[in-house]
Design a protein around this ligand. Structure first.
Ligand code: PAF
Length: 286
């Protein structure tokens, strides 16, 4: 496994692979990799000849009062995990490599990014779309892998690929959870032991919401209320949003009569955590 820091080195390697007729996967990450990332890499490993993982804490997707400076970083640990899965190349650029002096071109999106996390994180998806487009242009992958935990991000990337005619297959992979239900996230490391216990309220509300949907409830507002009641009972939790939206457009719906996403964002102390469940046509999925 190689670790490279420049765009030129990635291009050179990928050019070589493509000359040999090999398929290339990209798993974009911000590092501090966990079992959720591992599941993306393993799927990418199975489905492609070569796997590239990008490890880059992307400054443009953090707002001015967010956790860019404190976001956890550990390249040595990340490299060991990538190596154990059989990743071929880690791309670990410095911020100046991705955003050289004078950088002023961004990829932005309307509609889907104006709901859910887009409301409390106004610059977030512009940063995500910009960095992911750049990575797509640098790596030119056949397939790219994203976690369903960031369900809105996944919908946004799928829409961007469609709108901008990018010839890349976007693969969504299921949420990976701790044994007690908490969705794996690099930000879980911010939680104190007391907050870690309180954070279980997210998965509890997701599981209850899913059960209600599976039992035949068709009123989206009742689903939101049931999930909200569970979270509100936890003193350390502060709700950012609890919403049910159309799975493709991310717009709020009243009736559960189409594929939908039930998504929550909750502060536990200072840490903002997200979780969700989706119902594709024909039944609830994780
Ligand atoms: O999901 C993430 O870790 C990031 O948003 C991504 C897709 C790597 C872009 O920086």
């Amino acid at each position: 496994m190689k670790i490279v820091e420049t765009i030129a080195e990635v291009r050179e390697q990928v050019k070589q692979w493509k000359k040999e007729g090999l398929t290339v996967a990209l798993v974009p990450t911000m590092g501090y990799l966990h079992e959720g990332h591992r599941s993306l890499m393993e799927r990418a490993r199975k489905e492609n000849d070569r796997v590239v993982v990008s490890v880059f804490v992307n400054p443009t997707q953090f707002g001015p009062n967010e956790d860019l400076a404190s976001y956890p970083r550990d390249l040595e640990h990340d490299a060991a995990l990538c190596d154990s899965v059989g990743v071929d190349l880690i791309f670990h650029p410095a911020p100046e490599e991705m955003y050289p002096k004078g950088f002023c071109s961004f990829v932005d999106m309307d509609v889907l990014t104006k709901e859910l996390c887009g409301l409390s994180r106004p610059v977030h998806f512009r940063g995500v779309c910009t960095v992911v487009s750049k990575l797509f242009h640098i790596v030119t992958p056949d397939r790219a892998y994203f976690g369903e935990k960031d369900a809105q991000q996944l919908a946004v990337i799928k829409r961007m690929v469609l709108d901008l005619n990018l010839d890349i297959e976007i693969v969504g992979c299921p949420i990976v959870r701790e044994a007690d239900g908490l969705a794996k996230s690099s930000r879980n490391t911010y939680l104190s032991p007391e907050e870690r216990k309180a954070a279980l309220v997210l998965s509890r509300s997701i599981f209850a919401g899913k059960k209600l949907a599976e039992s035949g409830e068709t009123d989206a507002h009742k689903l939101v209320q049931a999930m909200t009641d569970i979270i509100s009972a936890e003193p350390l939790a502060r709700i950012d949003y609890v919403k049910v939206v159309d799975l493709l457009t991310m717009q709020q719906i009243d009736k559960l009569d189409r594929p939908f996403l039930a998504a929550i964002a909750v502060y536990i102390g200072k840490t903002r955590l997200i979780d969700n469940f989706m119902v594709q046509a024909g039944g609830a999925g994780a």
